[in-house]
Write a protein that binds this ligand. Structure first.
Ligand code: FAD
Length: 469
């Protein structure tokens, strides 16, 4: 009987435990991606990117004589249909760790098991299962430093080679047509501008890793904080869809470290931040929706408002923040330092609830990841585990002076004041909705609030919320 491999965020052949294990058995394998309500709920850019990733992986499977079957509906119902149609007696998947996925997968597992089907989940989306990393006292880590020390030397095993072939079933079940799902429909700027920056599929992910380790890794520790320098790997987009596994990246980082690459250790530490975010999300699923530190419930955060809309449009009048928001809009990603500055500006200077920002990032990021996004927002806002202290308010002017001294990053994305703006700035103009009324001759937007005044206002609001004067 065939094995059903239920693919989710694991669109790769190499180091894919499901496909490798199925290939080893020699049994027929049917790979299926299910567009279930949980997946339909993701944001516009992630969905657009998912469509591209599915197209690439379907072609990869076809290249080795297999197929990617596409079905729509609640996961359990779809799996039951496929079992009935194909005679499959086994369903495998890689575990995910957000609250909604955990609940769905538990229900699927128990229902299938009850029906006599072998339903089995595998590790693969993270290096270390969240329940296998425990503090000395037992229980999860809440602080990154000790988490890092606990995982840094742990063996992760060798990455698995891509299977050379997969046994097809006697007959293939029906599949939806990917185009019919219209996953990119909410993202008209996807094909026009974001596509220029996306690197889609397993081969592109591997090429990205190789290119990073051939050069940029050496200067990574020194340059990774400069948004204008192409100094980071760009792999978040591929990791989130599993076009490369964290283990492949980790092992490559270890090899670079052993070969003496100066930045490799810092790179491994960053990968461990991704692990830490999943550790937190699994143990504290509410991190996606609630202040992790209850004292922040008293902060008079504003809900959505006109300042937040200016922030989304890259029109706050704070050049570094606006450049960051426009980078997000036209490329579907944003440099890590820029994410911190833009998030700090929204939550502190504009006194806006971090969930407003989290939701916009979830709409716009092609590397959107429920764990890293939630941890990132709560960290910046000050409300999360191991967060920046409340009085840490990034001064966007000082940050620009320090991390974009030449103005290169700002010029790349801001057309205002430039006779001949570069392509990304023009792409922003081309992709912005007409209702934003932007044009080449625009004057710089007016500042919402001066950086120093904004900091004082945020601190006053924090103390007032706590009943302090
Ligand atoms: P590199 O510098 O090359 O790092 C290698 C890998 O390490 C990354 O691909 C990523 O998987 C991991 N990593 C690096 N920094 C972090 C970090 N701070 N937290 C978690 N993992 C990290 N990352 C996402 O992947 N998806 C998100 O939705 C996301 N939202 C964020 C929101 C905010 C407010 C902040 C402050 C950060 C967010 N990050 C998110 C983390 C980080 O900004 C990105 O992972 C990073 O910019 C990706 O670029 P890169 O692949 O070139 O990273």
């Amino acid at each position: 009987a065939p094995i059903l491999c239920w693919l989710r965020r694991d669109l790769r052949l190499a180091d894919n435990r499901l496909l490798c294990a199925a290939a080893e058995t020699g049994r027929p394998l049917i790979a299926v991606f299910i567009l279930d309500p949980e997946t339909e709920a993701i944001g516009a850019a992630p969905k657009w990117r998912l469509e591209r990733g599915l197209a690439a992986f379907a072609a990869t499977l076809q290249g080795i004589g297999s197929r990617l079957i596409l079905r729509r509906g609640p996961a359990l119902a779809v799996l039951r249909d496929l079992i009935a149609e194909t005679g499959a007696d086994t369903v495998w998947w890689h575990r995910l760790y957000d609250g909604a996925s955990v609940a769905r997968d538990r229900a699927v597992k128990s229902a299938l098991t009850e029906a006599g089907i072998t339903a089995q989940s595998f590790a693969g989306h993270v290096l270390f299962e969240p329940w296998q990393v425990e503090t000395g006292a037992g229980g999860p880590y809440r602080v990154y430093g000790p988490f890092w020390r606990a995982v840094r030397g742990r063996p992760v095993g060798a990455s698995l080679r891509a299977p050379g072939g997969l046994t097809p079933p006697a007959t293939w079940p029906e599949s939806d047509a990917l185009e019919a799902w219209r996953l990119g429909v909410g993202m008209s700027r996807g094909a026009r501008v974001v596509a220029k920056h996306a690197r889609i599929g397993e081969a592109a992910a591997q090429a990205r890793l190789d290119a990073f380790l051939r050069g940029p890794v050496d200067d990574y520790a020194r340059l990774r904080d400069f948004p204008g320098a192409a100094a980071t790997s760009g792999l978040s987009e591929n990791l989130t869809y599993g076009e490369i596994s964290p283990r492949q990246v980790w092992n490559a980082g270890l090899a670079a470290q052993a070969a003496g690459a100066p930045g490799a250790e810092v790179f491994l530490r960053e990968l461990a931040w991704r692990e830490f975010s999943y550790h937190l999300l699994y143990h504290f699923p509410e991190i996606e929706t609630r202040n992790w530190r209850a004292e922040w419930d008293a902060f008079p955060w504003r809900g959505d408002n006109a300042d937040a809309e200016a922030w989304r449009r890259g029109q706050t009048g704070e050049p570094l923040v606006d450049a960051a928001m426009r980078e997000l809009f036209v490329t579907g990603t944003m440099h890590n330092r820029a994410r911190m500055i833009a998030a700090s500006y929204l939550t502190k200077h504009l006194l806006t609830d971090w969930r407003v920002g989290l939701a916009w990032f979830a709409q716009c990021l092609i590397d959107w990841d429920p764990a890293a996004n939630a941890m990132g927002w709560q960290w910046v806002a000050g409300s999360g585990p191991d967060a920046a202290p409340y009085f840490r308010v990034f001064n966007p002017e000082a940050q620009a002076e320090k991390f974009d001294k030449s103005g290169e990053y700002r010029r790349k994305f801001l057309h205002e004041g430039q006779a001949d703006p570069p392509e990304p700035a023009l792409d922003f103009l081309a992709a912005a909705p007409r209702s934003w009324h932007l044009s080449r001759g625009d004057a710089a937007p007016v500042r919402r609030i001066a950086p120093v005044e904004g900091r004082a206002r945020a601190l006053a609001a924090y103390h007032a919320g706590r009943g302090e004067s």
